[in-house]
Design a protein around this ligand. Structure first.
Ligand SMILES: [Zn+2]
Ligand SMILES: [Zn+2]
Length: 330
C-alpha cells in the first residue's frame, strides 16, 4: 500500500525557479551575491585549476604506485570505500535530489550529515551547487546552462569549473536560504569542507594506514572519484545513451552512468521529471539513492517523497515513440 508521504505528481516540469533577472537575496552579509559577471574579474579560476591539476596528478600517479608497492589492507580499503560512498551519496541524495529539486523532505540530522559529507566532496556549498543545477535544468543546452554540452564534452565535464561563469546568482535558491544549516554551510564553506574533506579523513586515515595512505586514498582519490562521477553526469549523460522520455534536451539514460553515480545516470528520465525522488523509475532499476531515501522514510527521517504518476510517464514515453516513428519532414 502506498504511504501518504509518497505523493504523486502529474506535472512534468518542476516549478520554474525565480527569474535570474531578479535581484539577488537582499539580506545583508549573507554572501549570496555572486557577481561573477563583473568585468574586472579574471576569466580563469586559477585556484580551481591548480587544485584539480594537483588532485588529478596525485591520484593518477601516486595511487597506482602505492598500490603496486604496498597494496591496501582490509581496514584501509574499508575506510576509503565508506568515506567515498558517504561523500558520493551526500551529493546525489543531498545536494541533488533534496536541495536542488526538493523531491522529498529530510529531518535535520539527515540534512546535517549530507551537508557535512557534501562539503567533503569539494563541490562547493549546497546553495551554490543547487543554484547552478537549477539553472542547468531551466536552461538546458543553451548559453545560460552552466555546463552546456553544446560547448563540448570537456567544457561540460570540467571546463566550466575552470572558468568564471558569466551568468550566475543565487536568486533561484531563496527557498534554501531559510534552512539555517544550509546557510551556515554556505557561509563557512571552507571550514566545513576542510574539516570533513581533509582533516578528518587525513587523521583517521593516518591512524588506519599511515600518512601516505591517508593523503593518497581517503583524501585525494576519494575527492577525485566523487568529483568526476558528478562531472560525468554533466558530460557523458548529455552525450551517450537513450532518450525514452524526452527528446527536446540532450539528457540521456546510460547504464554506465547509472552504475558509477548511485543511479543518477537515468538522466533523460530525470530531465523529463526532475521533481521525482527516483531517477530509475522501475523498482529494479539500479538507483541506490532512491532506495536510501525510501528506507529513511520508513523510519521517519525523510518524508513527502514525490513520485510522478504512472500515466504521465506512459504519456511521455508514447510521445517519444510517436515522434520517432513519424516520417522525417526533411
Ligand atoms: Zn542534466
Ligand atoms: Zn537535476
Amino acid at each position: 500500500m502506498k504511504r501518504a508521504s509518497d505523493r504523486e505528481y502529474a506535472v512534468t516540469r518542476e516549478p520554474p525557479p525565480r527569474s535570474m533577472a531578479e535581484p539577488p537575496a537582499e539580506r545583508p552579509g549573507l554572501g549570496l551575491v555572486a557577481a561573477e559577471a563583473a568585468p574586472r574579474r579574471k576569466k580563469y579560476r586559477l585556484g580551481s585549476i591548480a587544485f584539480l591539476a594537483l588532485l588529478t596528478a596525485v591520484t593518477l600517479i601516486g595511487c597506482p604506485f602505492y598500490l603496486l608497492s604496498f597494496g591496501l589492507t582490509a581496514a584501509q580499503l574499508a575506510f576509503f570505500v565508506v568515506y567515498t560512498l558517504a561523500s558520493s551519496f551526500a551529493i546525489t541524495l543531498g545536494y541533488h535530489r533534496l536541495f536542488s529539486h526538493a523531491s522529498f523532505k529530510a529531518a535535520w540530522p539527515i540534512r546535517l550529515v549530507v551537508l557535512f559529507f557534501g562539503g567533503a566532496a569539494f563541490e562547493q556549498s549546497a546553495l551554490r551547487w543547487s543554484a547552478l543545477h537549477r539553472q542547468h535544468h531551466r536552461h538546458t543546452d543553451t548559453d545560460l546552462d552552466p555546463y552546456n554540452i553544446n560547448r563540448g564534452f570537456f567544457y561540460a565535464h570540467v571546463g566550466w569549473v575552470l572558468l568564471r561563469l558569466p551568468h550566475f546568482d543565487y536568486s533561484n535558491v531563496r527557498d534554501l536560504t531559510r534552512d539555517r544549516i544550509v546557510l551556515h554551510q554556505h557561509q563557512h564553506y571552507r571550514a566545513w569542507s576542510y574539516l570533513s574533506g581533509v582533516a578528518i579523513p587525513l587523521f583517521v586515515g593516518a591512524w588506519v594506514g599511515g600518512w601516505t595512505y591517508a593523503i593518497l586514498f581517503p583524501v585525494a582519490a576519494r575527492i577525485f572519484l566523487v568529483l568526476n562521477s558528478a562531472f560525468f553526469i554533466n558530460s557523458a549523460a548529455h552525450s551517450f545513451g537513450s532518450r525514452p522520455f524526452q527528446l527536446n534536451s540532450s539528457a540521456r539514460d546510460h547504464w554506465l552512468g547509472v552504475l558509477i553515480t548511485n543511479g543518477e545516470g537515468y538522466h533523460n528520465f530525470h530531465h523529463a521529471f526532475p521533481r521525482d525522488y527516483r531517477n530509475g523509475i522501475r523498482w529494479y532499476d539500479w538507483d541506490p539513492t532512491k532506495w536510501i531515501i525510501w528506507s529513511l522514510s520508513r523510519v521517519g527521517l525523510t518524508s513527502d517523497l514525490k513520485r510522478t504518476n504512472a500515466d504521465s510517464v506512459r504519456l511521455a514515453k508514447a510521445q517519444v515513440a510517436n515522434a520517432e516513428r513519424a516520417p522525417s519532414l526533411n
